[in-house]
Design a protein around this ligand. Structure first.
Ligand code: PMP
Length: 426
């Protein structure tokens, strides 16, 4: 029986019979969430990795309010509008990818990237179906995004309906990992083998696989992947839904890795976490194959809320903030690193790793690792009781705070983790 959850809400990723009722948040400010009971919580996971500059940031809030009084929505197949044009210009300049296709969230940004890749080959008169993806990947919960994501508990009922994908191992690494070269070589060998079949695209989460367990790879691995993609003359799709907008210590993770994808999916930080929106960026060479008199060349895809002016206003305001203070994301890794070096000495953790604003480690557990491993849940409760919101992925614990988090707040997150680890007794 549901444990006194709200009678009409169906929360995501939640089994209501085994989860206590969800707490109610009344407002947010900076890194803090204010509940109707209890002291404020430090949002150390940016509320599913979306809150980029902090909750209720006044610059973004004002931009949305002003836009709401000016133009809230307009059919984007008939009209453009100043916020969309400005945002497209800025994203093109920052990413080096010429075209911006708007949609509603991370999953749709990935769906659109996949559809563009498949239709690109179709339009060129050389249809290709094979997509190559990586073990452990998560690209969203719609059908195409699920298909390229790892098969898991989440996808199980739908597995028979998901299109097949060639799957390559993901050579995740961490501090003091002695086997990384070997793992990378195995992955690259398998990639070369898979690329012998004509391939429409290779899709990956650059530098950090998110929901799959904050699994990090080295930039050089991505460069080797790119070389092989180029040799096979196929397309590279970077799913930067999580990693974009400074999360990995550069504007894009692919920029930090020195890799140039043909298509990039963006969402989450795009609107600073204020409004749901996604974009798929495409190179000029990709776009060109969709231009011509034959109607079948058109990308017949669109959403009611395409290029929603409020979302575009939020995204422009967020870019203002990123441009005004780039050190906030460029320098975040050092803030994690100094604190993580201390925590890494704890015997209860292993596989310590950091990329940009994302710090992660695994709890040492005796039972099976994975999303259902209970150790993280205990740590989550202990941290919550001490004023910090974390949401481990099974035994994987991570911090992914908003850029505005103060040094004192970050110190508090780390000391709470230290205390929770002591209490866990691992
Ligand atoms: N891709 C990645 C890498 C993600 O992390 C996520 C969401 N966690 C998605 C796609 C899907 O985004 P959304 O939940 O907005 O559909």
């Amino acid at each position: 029986m549901p444990q006194n959850h709200h009678p009409h809400l169906w929360p995501p990723f939640t089994q209501v019979s085994t989860t206590p009722p969800l707490e109610r948040v009344l407002r947010g400010e900076g890194a803090l969430l204010y509940r109707d009971e209890g002291p404020p919580l430090i949002d150390a996971i940016s509320s599913w990795w979306v809150t980029l500059h902090g909750h209720a940031h006044p610059h973004v809030a004002d931009a949305i309010a002003r836009q709401a009084e000016t133009l809230e929505q307009v059919i984007f197949a008939e009209f453009t509008h100043p916020q969309a044009e400005r945002l497209a210009d800025r994203l093109a300049a920052k990413t080096g990818l010429e075209r911006v296709f708007f949609s509603d969230n991370g999953s749709t940004a990935v769906e659109v990237a996949l559809k563009i890749a498949i239709q690109w080959w179709h339009n060129k008169g050389e249809p290709r179906q094979q997509i190559i993806a990586f073990d452990g990947a998560y690209h969203g919960d719609t059908f195409g995004a699920m298909a390229v994501g790892a098969r898991s508990l989440f996808s199980e009922p739908f597995d028979p309906l998901l299109f097949p994908v060639a799957r390559i191992p993901w050579p995740a690494t961490w501090w003091d990992d002695d086997h990384v070269e070997q793992h990378e070589q195995t992955a690259l060998n398998q990639l070369e083998e898979a690329l012998k079949t004509p391939t429409a695209a290779v899709i990956l989460e650059p530098l950090v696989q998110g929901a799959g367990g904050m699994s990090m790879v080295r930039p050089t691995f991505l460069q080797e992947v790119e070389k092989r993609v180029r040799n096979a003359e196929t397309l590279l799709i970077a799913d930067e839904v999580l990693t974009g907008f400074g999360r990995c210590g550069d504007f894009l993770a692919t920029q930090r890795a020195g890799v140039k994808p043909d298509l990039v999916a963006l969402s989450k930080g795009l609107t600073a976490g204020f409004l749901p929106m996604g974009v798929t960026m495409a190179s000029g060479a990709v776009f060109d194959a969709f231009v011509g008199k034959d109607p079948s060349l058109t990308l017949w895809h669109g959403h009611s809320f395409t290029a929603n002016p409020l979302g575009c206003a939020a995204a422009n305001a967020s870019l203002d903030l990123l441009e005004a203070e780039p050190d906030r994301y460029l320098g975040f890794e050092a803030r994690h690193r100094s604190r993580l070096e201390v925590l890494a000495r704890h015997p209860g953790i292993r596989r310590v790793r950091v990329t940009g604003t994302i710090a992660a480690f695994d709890l040492v557990v005796s039972d099976q690792e994975g999303y259902l491993n209970p150790a993280g849940k205990v740590l989550r409760r202990l941290a919550r009781e001490r004023g910090v919101l974390v949401r481990p992925l099974g035994q994987v614990v991570y911090l992914l705070p908003p850029l505005c988090i103060s040094d004192e707040q970050l110190d508090h997150c780390y000391s709470v983790l230290q205390e929770a680890l002591d209490l866990l007794g691992t």
